[in-house]
Design a protein around this ligand. Structure first.
Ligand code: ZN
Length: 60
């Protein structure tokens, strides 16, 4: 399951980067209507990854 989360993260990051490269507002952190959900999705997945790492790190 961790690998699945990682795959989704890589895909979301690649999609976001590809959009940002062609989008002036997103490059200056003024997310356009098309870029905002891409960025939001990446941030959500990143949060989930951090939570999982914290949970795993809490085992000791
Ligand atoms: Zn954009």
């Amino acid at each position: 399951m961790a690998d699945d989360l990682r795959t989704r993260y890589m895909q979301a990051a690649a999609t976001w980067r590809a959009h940002r490269e062609t989008c002036e507002p997103c490059r200056s952190e003024q997310h356009c209507p098309a870029g905002a959900p891409l960025y939001r999705r990446l941030a959500d997945i990143q949060d989930a990854r951090i939570r999982r790492i914290r949970e795993q790190g809490g085992n000791r």
